[in-house]
Design a protein around this ligand. Structure first.
Ligand code: ZN
Length: 262
């Protein structure tokens, strides 16, 4: 092999090894800033995730509290319904009913019916047979009920458990009283200890329902504990309230307490 060729080969080998050596050297150097970059990239990816997980807060203004079509409509002793209000979308839901489907009380607002059916099915899957005891009540029917309670127990006592006509949540079509097949503890506090009552207390929020008159909140809601009275507000709010210490609509939305009529 001529000497020149040997030299050329040597130069090529040197050049190649220098090139790969430089690559390795370059890698080492570029990895250092890469580590820093990846750190800051991590921070950048964490930040938007945090923003997603912790939005500015639950949007309490998403739906109106004083509009009849709103899932968040708050009705209590100081927030009566418009006189003679009748929901526009009443229908008999396809769930286990306490009374004949021709009865006015077996109606419910269609806007809440899909969640109602889903809740009854989920309970059934857990071997709990919920019964739709009483849903919509017209102002006239509520008047009949209220007057009979007043005749039976006196006005002061009746006001603790029955709404005066024009102020009942049942008139919204968004609330119902649950009961059991045996009607054991029907509209009684012991319903809370039945499988039906316990299931509802634990799971109703997942289907958009809240226990509207919780234990110990009479000074806020104006009603004694009613473990059977459920109000549909949608899953978003029901879930938020389940995670919150504010268990009544009045507390959650910072509304004036409504222990009595104005
Ligand atoms: Zn009720």
């Amino acid at each position: 092999m001529p000497k020149k060729l040997l030299i050329l080969l040597g130069v090529i080998i040197l050049a190649v090894s220098l090139y790969f050596g430089w690559l390795k050297f370059h890698d080492v150097f570029t990895e250092i800033p890469l580590i820093n970059t990846s750190n800051s990239e991590n921070e950048e990816t964490v930040t938007p995730e945090l923003k997603d997980e912790a939005p500015a807060g639950f949007d309490k203004t998403k739906y109106a509290l004083d509009k009849s079509a709103s899932p968040w409509w708050v009705v209590n002793k100081t927030r009566p319904l418009p006189a003679g209000y009748v929901p526009a979308d009443l229908a008999v839901p396809d769930v286990r009913l306490r009374l004949a489907d021709s009865e006015e009380q077996m109606k419910f607002s269609k806007s809440a019916t899909a969640d109602l059916i889903a809740m009854f099915k989920a309970a059934e899957a857990d071997d709990v047979q919920l019964v739709f005891g009483s849903g919509y009540r017209s102002e006239a029917l509520q008047r009949q009920f209220y007057n009979s309670y007043v005749a039976q127990d006196g006005k002061a006592a009746a006001d603790r458990y029955s709404a005066r006509p024009g102020t009942s949540e049942h008139q919204t079509g968004l609330a119902f009283d649950a009961t059991s097949v045996s009607q054991n503890c029907h509209l009684e506090i012991c319903y809370a200890n039945l499988p039906e009552g316990m299931w509802l207390a634990a799971n109703a929020h997942e289907y958009g329902f809240i226990l509207r008159y919780p234990d110990g909140k009479e000074s806020i809601t104006g009603y004694q504990y009613e473990p059977w009275h459920l109000r549909w507000v949608g899953t978003e709010l029901a879930t938020e309230m389940n995670n919150s210490s504010a268990k009544t609509l009045e507390e959650f939305f910072g509304l004036p307490v409504a222990p009595d009529y104005l």
